[in-house]
Ligand binder design. Structure first.
Ligand code: SAM
Length: 288
């Protein structure tokens, strides 16, 4: 039977038995609230044909909820101590594949062979992300070859605000533009710091990303990435200056802006998603 570590007391006990202290450097804040765990799992709208990738299962509280709902869960945990606790806890679960690895090193190509009992269903990602790899982990997923059906993350509140920010504001940045090009981003629910053990410094939020199928996605993405990096690499830079490095020189950059009717004196961080995509398209066309 699987012990559900849904109280701080139980977690303290199991950790003390093993001389294990939560590591701040690995973002180890464990969820101890069954309602929040249900909210995360529900937001993924799972059914038995779904396959789930979980990043950082920790003590397995969320993993247990995912196993109840999905056909298969592939979980990647970096911490050796937690990995062995997970193995003991879930050793018998037929629809779980545990991996002891740094997610940033994990080869997503390995997922293609994993099937549920009913075959190969949609892939979803569900994770209470370790905060220090939030942005690179999301970029890794978005840039992968896998057609994710949905991603549900628990992230720091300020990251959730960045993901859903409007152009021009302080939260608007590369993460905002790239994610909103990739799909629709929603803030599902706020999560207070009191539902974790140990409690983190800041509040969190559940976010859901539903990818939008776009046939030009693969080809446009690298161009968008370059324009966005240039625009946000140095705030307060004009869009003309930002584009100069990507387009080759100022003249080429200016011509592209003129053809799109974008004022070259605007600051990069005021461009909306459509304008960034238009710039990426113009650069791609020039190359082809
Ligand atoms: N899922 C658990 C929960 O909700 O209670 C734990 C979430 S905790 C915020 C983040 C987890 O990610 C920890 O178990 C931590 O050890 C793990 N982790 C940290 N860095 C990782 C990495 N690079 N790759 C995979 N897992 C990582």
């Amino acid at each position: 039977t699987i012990t559900q570590f849904t109280s701080p007391k139980l977690i303290r006990e199991i950790l003390a038995q093993r001389n294990f202290a939560p590591r701040k450097s690995l973002g180890q804040n464990f969820l101890v609230d069954g309602n929040i765990l249900d909210k995360i799992a529900n937001a993924a709208e799972l059914d038995p044909s779904d396959r789930v990738l979980e990043i950082g299962p920790g003590l397995g509280a969320l993993t247990a909820k995912l196993l109840e709902r999905a056909g298969l869960v592939v979980a990647v945990e970096y911490d050796r101590g937690l990995y062995s606790i997970l193995q003991e806890q879930f050793g018998e679960a037929a629809n779980l594949r545990l991996n002891h690895q740094d997610f940033m090193e994990f080869d997503l190509g390995r997922l293609s062979g994993a099937a549920t009992a009913s075959g190969t269903g949609r892939w979803k990602v569900v994770a209470n992300l370790p905060y220090y790899i939030t942005t690179p982990a999301i970029f890794k997923l978005v840039e992968s070859e896998i057609a994710w059906a949905a991603m549900v993350f628990l992230v720091q509140k300020e990251v959730a605000l960045r993901m859903t920010a409007e152009p021009g504001g302080k939260d608007y940045g590369a993460l905002t533009v790239m994610l909103n090009y990739y799909g629709r981003v929603e803030r599902v629910a706020p999560v207070p710091k009191t539902v974790f053990y140990p409690a983190p410094q800041v509040d969190s939020a559940i976010v859901r990303i539903r990818p939008v199928a776009d046939p030009e996605h693969r080809r446009l993405y690298p161009y968008l990435h370059r324009v966005v990096q240039a625009a946000f690499g140095q705030r307060r830079k004009t869009v003309l200056n930002a584009l100069q490095s990507v387009a080759g020189d100022k003249e080429a950059g200016g011509a592209i802006l003129e053809s799109l009717g974008i004022d070259p004196g605007r600051r990069g961080e005021t461009l909306d998603g459509e304008e960034f995509a238009a710039l990426a398209r113009a650069l791609r066309e020039r190359d082809s």
